[in-house]
Ligand binder design. Structure first.
Ligand code: ASP
Length: 320
């Protein structure tokens, strides 16, 4: 895969060819074509640095790293010197000097990784930054859609929920229209943009008409931790399930028993009902299964990009 970026922050960092390359590689990993070690000469060291809570993403990266045969470093931020005031850049240069080749980073600060694109302390994959992007989630969702046989060209997917505050929603809006899929962002007016921000994406506050026009649905959690006490955002909490929650009854009544995706964690009884989660319409576990293979593909692509401009200080690389 030519010119794969050394800091993978956003879907727009990749060309369509690179995205297609990742899909092919993920499929090969899934078919166990690549069980032989990917890095036979020197095993790379990959660190998982999660500066914010995570269950699925952190574990899925950890498993992907181990299945590729790389050394795994669980970089525990709570006990690191980040808590003594050390900058993220200094921390990453230190990890690089210790031999770390790639760092997976999750942060609550949107766009925090952009500054490393020109002056790269270590290779970086964005594991989700604030409300900005979660590109590996969107790529594994695309992979899952292909794996379950959804043909995206000319189809419409509704993203239902707190779209404004969802980094997953933003990454999906950058990714799926490239494959011919239209998106409707649906939710109360405080959870969706006033006007569309992406090509191929429209906005609606009406769940019934949105679902009726959609071929499959993507539900999102209300991102309360990002509402910072906003009363506008909070006023929808109690009525959300009735108005925007996806349940078997609603889908039956609207004659739309279609696949339902969710990136997790799901708040059952809020954005999604338990009878959907327990049904074959729910694709959340397929997303979890496929996350391993897509993340193996992304890690392989970034580690194989031969970029020598890493860890340079004053023109000199800080390690061989
Ligand atoms: N797990 C996803 C994320 O980290 C979705 C969510 O938290 O709602 O953005």
């Amino acid at each position: 895969m030519n010119n794969f970026p050394s800091v993978f922050e956003a879907i727009n960092d990749l060309s369509k060819d690179q995205i297609e390359g990742l899909l092919i590689l993920a499929r090969k990993f899934k078919e166990r074509d690549h069980d032989k070690p990917q890095f036979p000469n020197k095993l790379p060291i990959v660190a998982n640095s999660f500066l914010e809570n995570s269950t699925r993403t952190k574990n899925s990266f950890a498993i992907a790293i181990k299945r590729l045969g790389c050394h795994y470093l669980d970089f525990n931020t709570e006990t690191s010197s980040l808590n003594k005031g050390e900058s993220l850049e200094e921390t990453l240069l230190t990890l690089y000097a210790q031999g770390v080749d790639l760092c997976i980073i999750r942060t609550s600060v949107s766009n925090q990784l952009s500054e490393f694109k020109n002056n790269t302390p270590v290779k970086i994959i964005n594991g989700g930054d604030g409300t900005n992007q979660h590109p590996t989630q969107a790529l594994l969702d695309l992979f899952t859609m292909q794996e379950i046989g959804i043909e995206l060209e000319g189809k419409t997917m509704a993203i239902i929920g707190d779209c404004i505050h969802s980094r997953v929603g933003h990454s999906l809006c950058e990714l799926l229209p490239q494959f011919g899929c239209n998106i409707i962002l649906c939710g109360p007016s405080d959870y969706v943009p006033k006007t569309p921000e992406y090509e191929g994406v429209e906005i609606s506050n009406d769940l019934e008409s949105t679902v009726k026009r959609s071929d499959f649905l993507y539900t999102l959690r209300i991102q309360k931790e990002r509402h910072a006490g906003s009363t506008e955002a909070a006023k929808h909490y109690d009525t959300y399930h009735d108005k925007y929650g996806i349940s078997r009854d609603k889908l039956k009544a609207w004659n739309k028993e279609v696949p339902v995706f969710h990136p997790g964690p799901a708040n059952i009884g809020v954005e999604i009902s338990s009878d959907i989660i327990k049904s074959s319409l729910y694709k959340g576990y397929d997303q979890v299964v496929n996350s391993i293979y897509m993340r193996m593909a992304i890690i392989t692509a970034i580690l194989s990009n031969n970029d020598k401009n890493i860890g340079i200080i004053d023109g000199t690389r800080i390690r061989d």
